[in-house]
Design a protein around this ligand. Sequence first.
Ligand code: SF4
Length: 53
Amino acid sequence: MAGHAMVVKCNVESCMYNIKKMCHADELEVNPMDDSIPESSDETCCTTFRMHD
Ligand code: SF4
């Protein structure tokens, strides 16, 4: 995909894509926590997260 590469800071160090508090996933997907419409960051989550082996 063309376009800019966003720098993503992330403190979820248990994720396999996290290196020194930066995200190194090729693509990032963020979704609502449930079927509601989020009204704060607490109601969103990174679904690209994968637990370290
Ligand atoms: S995939 Fe999500 S949880 Fe994992 S490092 Fe990237 S932003 Fe953080």
